[in-house]
Design a protein around this ligand. Structure first.
Ligand code: BGC
Ligand code: NOJ
Length: 799
């Protein structure tokens, strides 16, 4: 719960579950869109505005000339009370002024293309209150990118229709579009505005719209310029009385052109009316809200932790899983740091997001895997991104990121282990979405595997291509032109010797998964073939990827070492330590331990582990974007939270539970809540980056919400530290916890059965010594699959 509207940065939430989404800040800023934040932006939002977070769905109350908003903004009138509660897919904002309380519940009901806003007004005084309520939403002209730039056209296209209390935005409907939006209230209105200038006034602002100040709207009809939707209601409340109103901001799409019109020029409103009828009373809205709550209770019941750490339980049981759903839904497209117009769904990002999501709604994960795989090329390479609306690969960025193919194996294996649904491997999946090119998903995985071995460099290590996981280590880019984007500009990969130790480690980890998968499906020959390549990759790393105390990061275009003690800057990088250690390369020879000790020595800080050290202090054309960032930020020695869990997991390879936990706690938001003023962004979700030790402000976080950190930290804590791992034939119990923990309990729903798991720790944080399932002692640490519907008791005693 937020009680001061002036948070250190807007603290936001997401509404919506599948098609219709909204972003909402703690002062009701933000916007809505349908499926795609670029192509179907419904309400307008101006990023990086002054002040920050300006624009949203606003309510204004004019009570005897005191004008205020329940969310404090945009009026910024001092409130007598303010509260914001962000919950699972809903937000409740309450404001009180001069005895009137306004509580607004915002949510997108399940299976609904609309945001519902229930406004509850209460008179806490002993006198009758008469006041005026105005709503406000500003329409975006659909394409969020052109909406911000093509004014010579935009200012002439806006069109609206009004029927009763419903204000329709039908801009461009008559041309190629078959969609419109609407904003309604379930009560008669005393007026409305649909033209922004009439409502706000050319020289007024969101905080003092002239209609609100005058206490009367203008019944304006927008013709071009900026269409908006604003209702005007006169309210009377007796002492102690409460009134509730339901506003609905919705979207409609007609598949058949014949259905578009009611009569010439008049839109067919039947779909809008059908939705409105579902939410025209408070009790219907309450029922939809209860349904949403039930939906989330169900989702969150799959993995429930009960440890002695309240902050840990809160993250594992609620917020981390919630963030995993959000990253699954949006990839890296729309947040308060991602403008919704830049990036669609990332190939590698979406695959990684699956490990935090697959247990929640496996069917959606399955569809996602097919969608992603459909953007793969027939040589195993992949489009780096695709648009969620069209599901087509994004040509602006293209392919050539040589880690991408491996992540398809990573995501698919996570799905298979969770569900046991091997039928997905037989699904016909096209290449580059071309009809007729379909091959089985398993074939795509084989191509992914082969793509790495068909692209090896002089040290028999994987060629990096445009970049590996680190989009900013651009070893083949060589950009001197400040107007070029490091991400999209053509690279000189031809003849390059640039190799990646990160991909090498990733290849071994995912390659082993591939081998195991081949064995599962009885394809021994393929398993053996693949294993040979894994063995040679391991040898190649030992031979050419070790720098003495840590793994090298890469070889550059010319074949020079990157991330070596020989370099003057960035002698050590995190990614290859994480991946080569997870791959256990040189475990017996002590390489893993040495590498992780070096991480601790050179990269660890009080706020998390930095990406590289020492930071680059000058631009190096042969390294690209990484060296363009100031020291300590982003990929240049920032704490790039996404890769911290790689080190946590690697620590569990060595059985160092104390260290893994220490790293976990450093970046976990519930543990950094006390330093929110420094940290700045939401204390309930992970952020992509926390400024590193070389920065101006170590500990300051940025880019919250849409980050692979969500899935990776969930994966690290649940499967490696707490150690409850879904596997093909059951649940593997393999905790690696701090020595002083007495134990913990997890309830895990898995393939239709429920497992109550009790872990007891004797204090050496070593592995399972005794495993009992329903009273029977078993050897090893695998709980075999139990019948669907059964409830089982599992006890594991650690050494
Ligand atoms: C960022 C990366 C990101 C890349 C691709 C870069 O500017 O620093 O974190 O992966 O853009 O969008
Ligand atoms: C953010 C991108 O979304 C992700 O794909 C990339 O791996 C990291 N940045 C690191 O550069």
């Amino acid at each position: 719960m937020i009680t001061n509207p002036q948070t250190p940065f807007p603290w936001i939430n997401y509404l919506g579950n599948e098609d219709f989404f909204s972003l909402i800040s703690n002062t009701a800023g933000g916007y809505s869109f349908y499926k795609d934040a670029k192509f179907r932006r419904i309400t307008r939002y101006r990023y990086n505005n002054v002040p920050m977070d300006n624009g949203g769905r606003y309510f204004y109350i004019n009570d005897q000339d005191t004008v205020w908003s329940p969310g404090w903004k945009p009026c910024k009138t001092q409130l007598d009370k303010y509260e914001c509660r962000h919950g699972m897919s809903y937000t409740i904002i309450t404001g009180e002024k001069n005895g009137i309380e306004a509580e607004v519940l915002f949510f997108v009901p399940l299976n609904t293309w609309a945001e519902v806003q229930k406004v509850k007004l209460t008179n806490h005084t002993s006198e009758t209150k008469r006041f005026k309520l105005f709503s406000f939403a500003e329409w975006c002209l659909w394409n969020a990118a052109t909406d911000m730039e093509n004014f010579q056209r935009n200012f002439s296209t806006g069109e609206v229709e009004i029927e009763g209390s419903v204000l329709y935005h039908k801009t461009e409907y008559k041309e190629r579009r078959n969609h419109y939006a609407y904003y309604s209230v379930n009560a008669p209105i005393q007026g409305f505005d649909t033209d922004r200038e009439s409502f706000i006034g050319l020289y007024n602002e969101f905080r003092d719209p002239q209609a609100v100040m005058a206490g009367k709207s203008n019944n304006s009809i927008a013709h071009g310029w900026s269409p908006i939707a604003s209702h005007y209601l006169e309210i009377e409340l007796q002492p102690g009385e409460t009134k509730e109103l339901v506003f609905v901001l919705g979207y409609v799409e007609y598949e058949n052109r014949e259905d578009k019109w009611e009569s010439k020029g008049i839109i067919n409103k039947s779909q809008a009316k059908a939705t409105l009828a579902k939410f025209d009373t408070v009790s219907k809205v309450q029922a939809a809200f209860d349904e949403l709550k039930g939906y989330w209770d169900d989702l969150l019941s799959v993995y429930v932790l009960n440890s002695h750490e309240e902050k840990l339980d809160r993250m594992v049981n609620i917020w981390n899983q919630y963030q995993c759903m959000i990253t699954f839904n949006f990839s890296r497209s729309a947040s308060f740091f991602e403008s919704g117009i830049g990036r669609g769904m990332g190939f590698r990002d979406s695959n990684q997001d699956l490990v935090g999501f697959v247990h929640q709604i496996p069917a959606r994960a399955r569809q996602r895997i097919i969608d992603i795989a459909s953007t793969q090329f027939s040589d195993g390479g992949c489009y780096h991104q695709y648009q969620p609306l069209t599901k087509r690969g994004n040509n602006d960025i293209g392919g050539g990121f040589n880690d991408d193919p491996m992540w398809l194996i990573f995501g698919t294996v996570a799905y298979l282990k969770e569900t046991g649904d091997f039928s997905i491997l037989d699904e016909p999946v096209p290449f580059d979405n071309q009809e007729g090119s379909e091959k089985s998903l398993f074939h795509h995985l084989t191509l992914s595997f082969n793509h790495v071995i068909e692209n090896l460099g002089p040290h028999l290590l994987p060629l990096i291509g445009r970049a590996d996981w680190n989009d900013c280590l651009n070893l083949n880019c060589f950009s001197w032109d400040p107007d070029e984007s490091f991400q999209t500009t053509e690279n000189k990969t031809e003849g390059s010797k640039a190799e990646s130790l990160m991909i090498a480690g990733l290849f071994i980890v995912c390659g082993r998964d591939y081998v195991e998968l081949c064995r599962q499906i009885g394809n021994r020959r393929e398993a053996e073939r693949a294993q040979k390549f894994i063995d040679s990759m391991t040898e190649a790393i030992k031979k050419s990827g070790w720098d003495g105390d840590w793994y090298l990061r890469a070889y550059d275009y010319y074949g020079n070492k990157v991330g070596s003690r020989e370099n003057s800057e960035s002698k050590i990088f995190i990614e290859s330590q994480g991946w080569c250690a997870m791959a256990k390369v040189g475990l017996e020879e002590g390489m893993v331990q040495k590498a992780l000790d070096s991480v601790k020595r050179y990269l660890d800080t009080p706020n998390g582990i930095v990406l590289n050290n020492p930071a680059f202090t000058e631009y190096k054309v042969e390294y690209g974007e990484i060296s363009s960032y100031p020291a300590g930020y982003k990929e240049n020695a920032g704490i790039f939270c996404h890769n911290n869990p790689w080190i946590m997991i690697a620590e569990t390879v060595l059985g160092r539970g104390n260290q893994a936990w220490d790293y976990f706690r450093k970046i976990c938001p519930s543990y950094t809540e006390d330093i929110s003023d420094l940290h700045k962004v939401e204390p309930y979700v992970y952020s992509q980056m926390i400024a590193g030790k070389d920065s101006f402000k170590p500990g300051e976080a940025k880019n919250s919400w849409l980050t692979g950190t969500a899935a990776w930290n969930y994966y690290a804590i649940t499967q490696f530290i707490l150690g409850i791992k879904p596997d093909y034939e059951g649940l593997v119990i393999d905790p690696c916890i701090p020595a002083d923990w007495k134990g913990f309990q997890v309830t895990r729903k898995f393939r239709g059965a429920t497992y109550h798991i009790v872990i007891k720790n004797a204090g050496t944080n070593k592995r399972v010594k005794k495993l009992t399932v329903n009273g029977t002692v078993l050897s090893g640490n695998r709980v075999p699959l139990q019948p669907e519907g059964s409830v089982n008791t599992v006890e594991a005693a650690l050494e």
